[in-house]
Design a protein. Structure first.
Length: 399
């Protein structure tokens, strides 16, 4: 079992998909890495049963991260014994207003210009792809056949094994209690990371990577850096295919990940049945992770319009987890200006698993002083500062 060393080049905080991808990339590049997880690996936002992987976005930065994520997940699936459960069932985004239809047209054009495979399809075609849909409720839809889903627990295990094989020390059950800093050199006045205080002791380090998901704001406060990340409970459940539905075997295994832009209602197929969910507007922020049925009325109100046969299904195997939301519902990625040695990769607002492979590479480059291959300047953590003139991100494809 790994033990906490007295020093390391890099400390990564967070044992989910993003943190482990970063640790594996850093270790592969020869860095001396320690990863700290307060609970068990993958027990936070990465604990969900299935994680969507897609390049279907409207922001160029999100598209680029998604495309790279799809490429790396395919490689991870092939190189991992037993795979990571990658299924390319496609994403089907549904528009019910003229504004939503226009937004799908624009984002699909941008995705295609960047190399994604996506098309705008008619309501009738959308209903062919997902027979549960009511075609008359739609104005248009977009379909991206190379998107899909994977199993986060398998991906997390694969990255953890890769990180350890390359010399990284990966510790579970270790919680950060404080961040040590010192003034910068040459009269700059900038503070710099020097160490991390944990429940297992103190480790000196040159770099600290915050990849702690919903718990990142507290880590930021320890370091004297504002990270506007807010935890919000999201709930999902499985259900059997409705009685009388066409092609039941196909619906279980190959149903596209289908989303309604108007409400964030979604459904997709899996070997375990239909996975159902929605962003509940009544859910208060907080760390609550117990499951209840409070989200069901909002889901059924949306389903009554978009997919009526899903109303009244018996739900089973319900699960609750945390989204890590920022004010514009897009990630914080970058080196902190006010604290040398601090790299931030958090606040993904539901996009963390799909972007994790690409973000792991970006974090590696930022820590090692390289120019990342992908432009993540739009995700700069300081864009929310009161003095910042940077625009907030306007992403259409938020779930």
């Amino acid at each position: 079992m790994d033990t906490l060393p007295r020093s390391a080049q890099v400390v990564v905080v967070g044992g989910g998909a993003v943190g482990l991808a970063a640790a594996a990339e850093l270790a592969a590049a020869g860095a001396d890495v320690v990863l700290l997880e307060r609970d068990r690996l993958g027990s936070g936002s990465s604990a969900k049963p299935f994680g969507g992987v897609r390049a279907t976005f409207s922001d160029p930065g999100n598209i680029a991260l998604g495309l790279r994520g799809l490429e790396r997940y395919a490689q991870l699936h092939e190189s991992t014994p037993g795979g990571i459960g990658l299924r390319r069932v496609g994403y089907l985004f549904c528009a019910r207003t003229p504004a939503e239809a226009a937004a799908l047209e624009a984002s699909t054009r941008l995705q295609r210009s960047m190399g994604a495979v996506a098309d705008v399809v008619s309501p009738a075609r959308a209903a062919e792809l997902n027979p549960l849909l009511a075609a008359g409720a739609l104005l248009a839809a977009s379909f991206s056949p190379l998107d899909g889903y994977a199993q986060p627990r398998r991906a997390v295990a694969a990255w953890a094994a890769a990180a350890r094989a390359r010399g990284a020390r990966v510790l579970e059950g270790v919680q950060v209690r404080g961040v040590q800093t010192s003034p910068g050199t040459a009269g700059s006045g900038q503070r710099h990371v020097t160490g991390v205080v944990t429940t297992a002791g103190t480790v000196r380090c040159e770099h600290l990577v915050v990849a702690a998901g919903a718990w990142s704001a507290e880590l930021g406060r320890m370091a004297g850096v504002d990270l506007p990340v807010e935890p919000v409970r999201r709930q999902v459940a499985f259900a059997d295919v409705p009685a009388g539905a066409p092609r039941p075997a196909t619906l279980r295994g190959e149903l596209p990940f289908t989303l309604d832009l108007s409400t964030t209602f979604y459904v997709h197929g899996s070997p375990d049945g239909l996975l159902l969910g929605i962003s509940d507007p009544a859910q208060a922020p907080g760390f609550e992770r117990s499951y209840d049925d409070s989200w069901v009325p909002a889901f059924e109100a949306a389903a009554a319009v978009v997919a009526p046969s899903l109303v009244g299904l018996r739900l089973r195997d319900g699960w609750a987890g945390l989204y890590e939301n920022t004010p514009d519902h897009n990630a914080l990625i970058g080196a902190a200006r006010e604290l040398g040695g601090l790299v931030v990769a958090t606040g993904f607002s539901g996009h963390g698993f799909l972007q994790a492979p690409a973000v792991g590479e970006v974090v590696r480059d930022l820590v090692l002083g390289r120019e990342p291959a992908l432009d993540v300047s739009g995700f700069a953590p300081e864009r929310f500062a009161p003095t910042s003139a940077a625009p907030l991100l306007q992403e259409v494809h938020i779930i």
